[in-house]
Design a protein around this ligand. Sequence first.
Ligand code: ARG
Length: 459
Amino acid sequence: MAKMWTGRTDGVTDKLADDFNSSIKVDSRMYKQDILGSMAHASMLGAKNIISQADADQIIAGLEGILLDLENGTLEIDYSAEDIHMFVEQVLTARIGDLGKKLHTARSRNDQVALDTRMYLRDRTNAIIEKISNLLSAIVLKAEEHKLSIMPGYTHLQRAQPITMGHHLMAYAMMLLRDIDRFKDTKKRIDVSPIGCCALAGTTYETDRYYEAQKLGFNEIALNSIDGVSDRDFCVEFVSACSILMMHLSRLAEEIILWSSWEFKFVELSDAYTTGSSIMPQKKNSDMAELVRGKTGRVYGHLMAILTMLKGLPLAYNKDMQEDKEGVFDAADTVDMCLDVFAPMIATMKVLPENMLMAAQKGFINATDLADYLVKKGLPFRSAYKICGQIVGDCIKNGKVLETLSIEEYKNYSELFESDLYNEISLTTCVNKRISEGGTSPKSVEKQIEFVKSRLENV
Ligand code: ARG
């Protein structure tokens, strides 16, 4: 495609330099935002008499035609164009003649690209919020189903205290709720219109930036034109929100991988979300969860890349900034795919409560409750802790567990032990009694579920 910026230079560039310079393979996905932005711009130019209303109408009709043809496939993107902005303008001029050249009055590709990216990410953010909500609903449903299913809770990946699967899953629900808040908050900074900042300094034409912003559904406009074309904070924030979300998904993916192993067998994934091995017939691999965990790395990479690209850039626009989109788009695509596969993977995941209970019974995870029993009988916690430590140590030596130690044996450690201790250290009691706000008791987990559900209604 011929270059639109020939003037000072003759526009004859090296073929390799052209390819190197071109961003259309990356930014062509913003064609719709580019065209809608241009329509709003033409409309403003007409309304402010910068061009005639008739000219504006013709430009808008031309742009509408391009959008339609791109959507129905009669017009194909020409990848030899420099970028999507040049492509649209060139097609417009080819279709409506010299009039098309009036569109670029009182704007620059610098404010144009910032506008398109913001509009594009605004849509993607809304879609991501929706997808997180879907995953959240699947998690809450599973948590509700398993609010009574006891499992070991871990610290240091050592069995620590009994919890329920419902409680454990609700921890992830809280994380995802924060992710929704983070994306919503990011959207506030995305939702600022840069159009009208022009190259960097504004323009001598009497434009109306609020008119354009309002037409494109923006809440605010960039108040400093240099900042308006240089600011990519919203991209950084977007990838940062993606990274934190991926970190959450990756932690859950890791647990699902562990829980699916023969060593744990706490859950079984549906065949639809696992693969077999080409050589080992016994295998059922949690590939989807592993991929989510694996893809987290590339999203973090994009965050580092954009932060580094921006670091040290003098104001205002520099071509380095063209590098912003590839990583940001890939982060959005990755997050989308991961959320798409995660929600049904959780919904179809079978929890195996018997196995979880068996694991919970083996690890002295009620030792804290045994100590609490003595505390309630008047012993200071540190002394109770020491006695229980000795009991656990002796049990391990003698191949016993707290439940199988006789009351006579208990009394050797402390006269305070009575036969009601067995009820106190039963796993169900341990779980049911943790009624503190946020704790593992079914009552408390129900409250958490209700909270998340009510938040989900107003996303
Ligand atoms: N393709 C460019 C980008 O993505 C558009 C802006 C070009 N502006 C310029 N002054 N060369 O950043």
